[in-house]
Design a binder for this molecule. Structure first.
Ligand SMILES: Nc1ncnc2c1ncn2[C@@H]1O[C@H](COP(=O)(O)OP(=O)(O)OP(=O)(O)O)[C@@H](O)[C@H]1O
Ligand SMILES: [Mg+2]
Length: 310
């Protein structure tokens, strides 16, 4: 992966015709070859942003360039570089899988390439359904057919808007593998998802959007390291209602039932302070029953970011 910027989103606002402001000054740079996950609650503006990059939604102000070309002025060129798997399933129900995917390639002015279409369908485990009509596919298969269509014209950039919604876990893993392989072949991928573990599994960077604004864009590992906290639960033999004075300097809280103390700490820090804390707990006269520790996931971090930006 290079650090070359492929897509540049510059101060983009979007108000829909009813007056609703779906994007409020979005700035974002997407690098060539990366997998970027766009995370955010329902209505955050993810689809609007993706559609704006694809030139399907026209920003009210600001601009977007793909590979140095403005997506509005140079729509035909930028759109030809992009494969889009839309969130909504729209398929020509009566057409057969192979035929439909080949046809889509033709729409982009590309020469017929049955061998390529075969490869794509095989990669997506759709080959045995190639002669079936689209309406005869299951929901997850339909979504894969949409991906096949988006890949049919060999795009450099692939947008996947909720690619695995309604897809079972084993298929989801297959899709992750397909996405990773595409990245290896040089494709830049932007995906939205409500499955945080999906972003955790495949994204290089994560961008969180809320109420039409980007809350944070960060390398996934850095984000998890920076915000990743560990939580130590110290279960006590006896119930307590207040934290003893001698433990006030620790960042502790009492669980609702009063039977445990919770200590959150940065697991990346050189000294976590746990040894000293446990000594002080003992000195305070509290009797230990058990210790439990848990690592915050990207999911916890995501929730925290949304809370902070509300
Ligand atoms: N065509 C439209 N006209 C008016 N408002 C719209 C239109 N499309 C989207 N919106 C509004 O813009 C906001 C952002 O919608 P968008 O589809 O971008 O959200 P999203 O982040 O993709 O959500 P989800 O996770 O549910 O897919 C929502 O409040 C939505 O109601
Ligand atoms: Mg959406």
């Amino acid at each position: 992966m290079t650090s070359e910027t492929l897509i540049k989103i510059n101060n983009v606002y979007k108000s829909y015709s009813g007056g609703f402001e779906a994007l409020k000054g979005v700035n974002l740079e997407i690098k060539r070859g990366e997998i970027l996950a766009l995370l955010g609650p329902n209505g955050a503006g993810k689809t609007t942003l993706i559609n704006a990059i694809c030139g399907v939604v026209i920003p009210s102000s600001g601009n977007i360039s793909v590979d140095g070309h403005d997506v509005v002025k140079d729509f035909r060129h930028t759109r030809s570089l992009i494969g889009l798997v839309p969130q909504e399933l729209q398929l020509e129900a009566f057409e057969q899988v192979f035929q439909n995917v080949s046809y889509t390639r033709g729409l982009y002015g590309k020469k017929k390439n049955p061998a390529l279409i075969e490869q794509i369908l095989k990669d997506l485990s759709l080959w045995d359904k190639k002669d079936n009509r689209l309406r005869e596919l299951s929901g997850g298969m339909k979504r894969r057919a949409l991906i096949a269509k988006a890949l049919s014209h060999e795009p450099q950039i692939l947008f996947l808007d909720e690619p695995t919604a309604g897809v079972d876990i084993s298929l989801r893993r297959d899709m992750w593998r397909v996405v990773k392989n595409l990245q290896d072949s040089g494709v830049t991928i932007i995906l939205t998802t409500h499955y945080i573990e999906e972003a955790e599994a495949i994204a290089d960077r994560v961008s969180v959007i809320n109420n039409g604004e980007i809350v944070i864009t960060e390398n996934k590992r850095d984000l998890m390291q920076k915000m990743g906290q560990k939580l130590l639960t110290i279960e006590l033999q006896d119930k307590i209602s207040v934290i003893p004075e001698s433990l006030k300097n620790y960042n502790l809280s009492i669980t609702e039932n009063g039977h445990a103390l919770c200590f959150s700490y940065n697991s990346q820090a050189e000294t976590t302070g746990i040894t000293k804390l446990l000594q002080d707990v003992k000195l305070a006269g509290l009797k230990l029953k058990d210790l439990k520790s848990a690592q915050t996931s990207l999911e916890n971090i995501f929730e925290q970011l949304l809370k902070e930006s509300a």
